[in-house]
Design a protein around this ligand. Structure first.
Ligand code: HEM
Length: 512
């Protein structure tokens, strides 16, 4: 018997291995013909990661991969790619971008965020991820957070943080021979600002860079092996397994931080220890209102509250911080624009007795142009996503998208397309005069997205960035130094466009 068994066993074993290899290949490549079948031009995918092998391997940031595919399909209105085994339609034509995001929004309400691997993740159900009617109801309730009246009342808090930012920069200048890590200073500033304005907390990370707020912020955006492995699992279509084993997206201390933050701040409001009219006050009010409507389904569960506190913190600081640091970098590299901007800021401040008030900020039109040009070159969210929520036929085509099919809008690539911006790599704020803005088609400038899902924090972010930049530029001259990385490289494996290394610049006090 022993002479007979080994051969069929080896054959059986080899056949089983072959079958597994075949089935895996079949599973991974099952959708790879999808776009070609529909007559949509498509990029060549390679299993197992589709078009994103370089992103997974850390060889190229996502934004570079999408940008190079965008160029490859020059002249097309859209093209197909694959994220792992999943087909995605990249919309290239600005008119179609506008249609998807604004005109026919009802057919594209949701983003590409799948709940299946996050059913037990209590920080998942926030505005960025929520879908359909639940998103609509919660968005409507949270929109008053940044009403014009509230923004006006927040400026005082922002000014406190700006004064600390200036102290921090002066300290760095003295200690480091004029060389300043503007990325870290900006992140501390925006952490303090969102802490004060939304949560009513004095985090003061500008004086204490090791504060829990700043540490948590750093940890959330830190690329980790754990998150890479989790993303890979999702990319290969096994996301549901993560939830079965209750594997959560982030380390447990981050969940605890937001639980504690919310509990403490909401208690303070309930007991009248905090009378501020901030985001937390709004959450307390919404929760109390719901308690009165006993028979209605509750929108604001504890998890929804925690998740939205999380997203207001996370979406609020890194994006605005990178805007401020990229803007200072561009001004350092373009001294004539810096001089002009400083002069304009000074004129506006002089006309207002040197005070930086809500209306003074509105008058700083050239600062808006400079920030918009920074957004064009360095959009913090370089790629947007939508999911088809209602069967949809693309105009002037015979392509019909089914419910659940995924689209992406390549913001960075559109911002760098010479068809809409001549010499796209040149920093030129004149592109944002009213006349030049109106000469460009919709869908070619999307730093905050567009349509009903546009960024909820847009006006707050602009007010914060403008205040910080106006103060910095009225007090310091910025210039490149030998520690400045030029051009700034993008962090790989990050969905946001952030510098790979801190931006370091030389700062000189204007009074010197
Ligand atoms: C320079 C700063 C910022 C930039 C560039 C930015 C950009 C964006 C973009 C591109 C989107 C997606 C829009 C779309 O899909 O059409 C978005 C959504 C969002 N942003 Fe911002 N953002 C910034 C600051 C903020 C701030 C300060 C907050 C809150 C405090 C915030 C909260 C959100 C939320 C909650 C969403 C999801 C909105 C929804 O789906 O209803 N963002 N942001």
């Amino acid at each position: 018997m022993s002479d007979v068994w080994p051969i069929p066993f080896v054959q059986l074993y080899a056949a089983a291995v072959l079958l597994v290899v075949f089935l895996s290949y079949f599973y991974l490549t099952y959708h790879y013909g999808k776009w070609t079948k529909l007559g949509v031009p498509q990029a060549v995918p390679t299993p197992p990661f589709g078009c994103f092998g370089d992103v997974v391997a850390g060889r190229a940031p996502l934004v570079d991969v999408i940008h190079s595919l965008y160029r490859e399909f020059d002249g097309q209105r859209y093209f197909g790619i694959f994220e792992g085994r999943q087909p995605l339609l990249v919309v290239r034509d600005p008119q179609l971008v506008h249609t998807v995001m604004v005109k026919d929004f009802r057919s594209f309400v949701d983003r590409n965020a799948s709940k299946e691997s996050f059913v037990h993740d209590k920080l998942f159900d926030h505005l960025v991820n929520l879908r359909g009617d639940q998103w609509k109801a919660i968005r409507a309730k949270l929109s008053p957070t940044f009403s014009a009246a509230k923004l006006k009342s927040m400026l005082g808090d922002i000014n406190v943080c700006t004064a600390r930012l200036i102290d921090n920069l002066n300290g760095q200048i003295t200690n480091n021979n004029g060389i300043v890590d503007v990325s870290e200073a900006a992140a501390q500033f925006t952490t303090d600002t969102i802490g004060r304005c939304a949560f009513g907390l004095d985090c003061n990370t500008l004086s204490n860079p090791d504060s829990e707020f700043r540490r948590t912020g750093r940890e959330i955006f830190m690329p980790r092996l754990r998150s890479t492995l989790l993303n890979l699992t999702r990319l290969l279509g096994f996301g549901r397994l993560l939830d079965v084993f209750r594997i959560r997206g982030m380390p447990s201390n981050i969940y605890d931080f937001f639980d504690d933050l919310l509990e403490t701040t909401m208690e303070q409001h309930r007991h009248g220890e905090n009378s501020r009219n901030d985001f937390i006050a709004l959450l307390v009010k919404l929760k109390e209102e719901e308690k009165l409507k006993e028979n209605e389904q509750k929108l604001f569960t504890d998890d929804i509250l925690a998740a939205n506190a999380f997203v207001f913190f996370v979406a609020g600081f890194e994006t605005t911080a990178s805007t401020i640091s990229y803007c200072l970098y561009e001004l350092a590299m373009n001294p004539e624009i810096q001089v002009k901007l400083r002069e304009k800021i000074k004129q506006t401040l002089d006309a207002n007795n040197g005070k930086l008030e809500y209306d003074t900020l509105k008058d700083m039109k050239y600062l808006d142009m400079v920030i918009n040009e920074t957004f064009r070159l360095h959009p913090p969210v370089p790629v947007l996503s939508r999911v088809c929520t209602q069967k949809y036929t693309i105009e002037d085509s015979n392509i019909t998208l089914n419910v659940g099919e995924k689209l992406i809008i390549p913001t960075y690539a559109l911002h760098h397309d010479s068809k809409y911006y001549s010499d796209p790599e040149i920093f030129d704020p004149e592109r944002f005069t009213e006349e030049n803005i109106s000469s460009r088609p919709h869908g070619t400038f999307l730093p905050f997205g567009d349509g009903p899902r546009i960024c909820i924090g847009l006006r707050f972010a602009m007010m914060e960035a403008k205040t910080g930049l106006a103060e910095i530029l009225s007090k310091f001259e910025v210039s490149p130094c030998k520690e400045t990385q030029t051009p700034v490289k993008t962090k790989p494996r990050s969905i946001l466009l952030t510098p790979n290394e801190p931006i370091r610049l030389s700062l000189k006090s204007i009074d010197q």
